[in-house]
Write a protein of this length. Structure first.
Ligand SMILES: [Zn+2]
Length: 425
């Protein structure tokens, strides 16, 4: 059986890390964790005692094909960013562009240890095919706007075709945001999700203006809106951003089927604010981490998000205990996986899927890293540059700079050509 040998293993299910071998089975699940050197079988990777193994990172809110729009809209507030730059550029994107942008994102995410992502966009069958070919895992939805029945039909068709595919895809319905989808339409989408046993992925209270609109125009508090729309009853509810979620209402979403996705860098860059992570954690809601799209970040790098989250809330709260390394690594792994509907992903334990990344500790920033402090080294000293290998369901996707499922040069040249055509037209 395939083995990842002699690595320092940490996941959110354990306090101390431990040296060992990760033995995987034919089903793509972890069979056993043995003492170092005791795992028998084909060697997938030999860490030689100088590598750390973590669960594959989860990017719980993004728009992967926006890698083609990176740098097109800089230093603008959200509504100008959307209406003046992003929506007009998106009008020009073809299905082939969507595929190229997704493939480009796969290169960036896999080499940075991201093995699972959650995406909202359009021509989503292109994103699904990119995901399946790359070998990663993901939760996908078609972004829905207004009361457009055609888009809802496309989202349902996506679910028919891809939901559950190869155990690597979940499909949600994707109402874009309360300010782009009327309340009655959101209610219908939630009812449809419940009827079809699908989740919902929603942009939620990203800016202060959205909270003001709830109170001044809709005349309803956000938690009441979620409840009255039926959104709390769907298979999984993924609320991206939640920066302005009134903290006294958080207890209403502390449920196993609800996940708030913190996108610290995108929120900072667009000047949207700070999500109240201290209060999120105190209220018991599940929190995951996302990058948002590459046009507002501009990286799809979860290491960056972990580090930013772990630092900014300490400064904001004047409290160095808020958003500890272990907490943010949990957000970036098992919390993201559960939130996206993958119940057996995100821990390095027997019977979990073998979605594992290997980190190089043979580097100056890891001297002193041991069983007691591995998560702190990873979050405060680590970086995406340290990723040496990535596996999904035990299958190697990336090893020592080589992509095993993707043709890097071909994707880069296609992406350069698509981008050039996009800005010239
Ligand atoms: Zn977004």
């Amino acid at each position: 059986m395939p083995v990842i040998k002699n690595v320092l293993i940490w996941d959110a299910g354990r306090r101390d890390a431990q040296y060992g071998d990760i033995v995987t089975g034919e089903s793509g699940r972890i069979n056993a964790i043995t003492p170092p050197g005791a795992g028998r079988g084909d060697v997938l990777f030999d860490g030689a005692g100088r590598c750390m193994a973590l669960p594959g990172l989860v990017n719980a809110h993004t728009h992967v094909s926006m890698t083609l729009l990176r740098g097109l809209a800089e230093e603008l507030p959200l509504m100008e960013w959307l209406h003046q730059r992003i929506f007009p550029a998106e009008d020009k994107l073809t299905p082939a562009n969507i595929r190229t942008g997704a493939d480009l994102a796969m290169l960036e995410m896999i080499s940075g240890g991201v093995t699972c992502f959650c995406d909202m966009y359009y021509f989503m069958n292109e994103v699904a095919d990119s995901l399946l070919d790359a070998g990663v895992r993901g939760a996908l939805c078609r972004g829905l706007m207004g009361e457009d029945e055609k888009r809802i039909y496309e989202n349902l068709a996506l679910a028919e075709e891809y939901n559950g595919r190869d155990g690597r895809v979940t499909v949600q319905l994707g109402p874009h945001a309360p300010y782009t989808v009327p309340r009655e339409a959101v209610r219908k989408i939630a009812a449809l999700a419940k009827e079809r046993n699908l989740g919902v992925h929603f942009h939620w209270l990203e800016t202060k203006g959205e909270l003001d609109t709830f109170r001044n125009e809709y005349k309803i508090e956000p938690a009441d809106y979620l409840e009255s729309a039926g959104l709390l009853e769907v298979r999984e509810l993924i609320l991206a951003h939640s920066v302005w979620f009134p903290t006294e209402q958080l207890a209403r979403v502390a449920r196993d089927n609800v996940t708030l996705v913190h996108n610290p860098k995108s929120n900072l860059k667009l000047g949207s604010g700070y999500a109240p992570i201290k209060e999120f954690l105190e209220s018991g809601v599940r929190v995951a981490l996302g990058t948002d799209g590459a046009a507002s970040n501009n990286r799809l790098d979860i290491w960056d998000e972990m580090r930013t989250a772990a630092l900014m809330h300490k400064g904001y709260n004047l409290d160095p205990t808020v958003a500890g390394a272990r907490e943010v690594l949990k957000m970036a792994t098992v919390n993201g996986a559960r939130g996206l509907g993958f119940k057996d992903v995100g821990l390095i334990q027997p019977d979990y899927m073998a979605d594992v990344i290997v980190i190089d500790m043979d580097n100056p920033r890891y001297v002193g890293c041991d069983e007691t402090n591995a998560p702190e080294f990873a979050v405060y000293a680590g970086s995406s540059r340290d990723v040496r290998a990535a596996f999904v369901a035990g299958k190697p996707l990336y090893r020592d700079g080589e992509y095993l499922t993707l043709d890097k040069d071909a994707i880069l040249s296609r992406a350069r050509a698509d981008r050039l055509a996009l800005v010239r037209n």
